[in-house]
Every structure is written in structure tokens, then in C-alpha cells.
Design a protein around this ligand. Sequence first.
Ligand SMILES: C[S@@+](CC[C@H](N)C(=O)[O-])C[C@H]1O[C@@H](n2cnc3c(N)ncnc32)[C@H](O)[C@@H]1O
Length: 254
Amino acid sequence: MDKEAAARRPLFRMFNEVPERYDIMNRILTLKQDERWRKKAAKLCLEEDPQSVLDICTGTADLALRIAKMTKSKIRIIASDFSQPMLDVAAQKAQKLDGQQVEFVLADTADLPFGENTLDVITIGFAFRNLTYKNKFASQYLSEIHRTLKPGGIFIIAESSQPKNPVLRFGFRLYLKIWVQWLGGLLSGHSKAYRYLAVSARNYYSPGEVRKLLEEHAYVDFRHNSLLGGSAAIYTVRKPESRSSECRVLSAEC
Ligand SMILES: C[S@@+](CC[C@H](N)C(=O)[O-])C[C@H]1O[C@@H](n2cnc3c(N)ncnc32)[C@H](O)[C@@H]1O
């Protein structure tokens, strides 16, 4: 990984500071719902019967480890992140795995160390917002994910979302302000990080906006599973099977 380039990416410093209490904070702030959501994403991943899976922005690897625990097949599971402290916690957790192993790779999502068309599935748990919300590198990340996926390969995104119902949306915003920003900051000792989480989740894209963003980057077959009244979602999209369908998607002359 080009360490200087990675250090210039938004949020690099912030994520290097939070790994110690990252898991416990997730459990407290979502009342353990995050585990259910990752399980759902892992199930979607395994339904593809993949030979290779990459979990990008893996953090402490909860999603990659969940996939590893849920499969009996021999799959290549790789987990990447640009934060070494996060990967250190992840590797420690992975020691408890029995059988299926996970490979950890220090990598910036803008520059993944994998060839073109090599991965069956790419997953991301609660970090798509980090890559795309007010992030000037968003297009670079989306193109790099697209490049490394096999034609027909699937990209699975678990992320916070926006409830459609105004009452639920009001409740969700209150939860973000009080529970996530205030309590999260207090318990973790990292008020800036939990303020960022609350503010970015509050202002993050609706499912329609996520769809538009992905389709603009040549992904197709958008699907959306709404979770907990729309406060979170699992999105799936695919890389087109052939170059000609990709050209049609982008209306480009290829
Ligand atoms: C909110 S955490 C999500 C962690 C994990 N996926 C989960 O389900 O809890 C975001 C993670 O994305 C990583 N990250 C953010 N931007 C990145 C980038 N450009 N390249 C690689 N990792 C990145 C951070 O280091 C952090 O570990």
C-alpha cells in the first residue's frame, strides 16, 4: 500500500484511533442489531456460492469472520483495510476461527492489490458511507471495486439508510443525536468520531440516491433490502456480464 496516499484519504487518522472499543461500541449503539445485519449480508454472499470473497474496509473483520463461520465450503476470503490498528484487532479475533481462514491485507480501497475481473463477491459493512459521503475519492473507490469484480460478480453493501416514514425518520435522527453522538462519544472517549458517525448517517443518501450513484458507476441489477424501518439497508449490485451491456449502462461508445 502507498502509505502516504492512504494517509491523505479522509478519515484515515480517525479510524486509527478507535479500534480498541470499536466492536463493543457497535453492539451498544445498535443494541446488537448490527450482528443480525452482517449475518444477512453474509447469507447473501454465500448464496452466490463464491470461490473468492473480498470484504473491503473490513475494520475488525466482523463481516469477513461471519462469512467464514457460516460456510462449510473452502472459499478464499480476504479482508482489507487501510488501518493497521483495525487489522491487528481483526487478526486477533481470527485466531479463534476453526477451519476456514481469512487473509488480511493492508490496502486502500482506491488501490486494491488484485487483478481485473478476479473476485466473485465484494462486501462492505457500514463503511460505504465513509467511502461516498462528502468523499472526493468516491468515484475512484467505486471504479476500483468494479475493476476487481468478475463480470457478473456481486457487490454487497450493508449501510445505514433513511427511513421513509416521517415519524420513523424523526425517531432515527433523535437516536443518532442522543444515543450515537452523545452516548457514543462519552463511552468511547472519541467524541469526534461518533459525531462524524451521527452527522454522516443523518445526512446520508436515501436508497434512490445510492442506486443512482452505483448505476452512474456502471453497476447493474440494484436490489434493496430495508432493515429496521429503513434505518439501515442491504444493497446489492452486479458488474455487468459483458462489456457491451456495460456500454449500454453508461451509454458510452466502447
Ligand atoms: C465504520 S468502519 C466499518 C468496519 C467494518 N466493516 C464493520 O462492519 O464494522 C470503517 C472502516 O473502513 C476503513 N476505511 C475507510 N476508508 C478506507 C479506505 N479508503 N480504504 C480502506 N479502508 C478504509 C476504516 O479504516 C475502518 O476500519
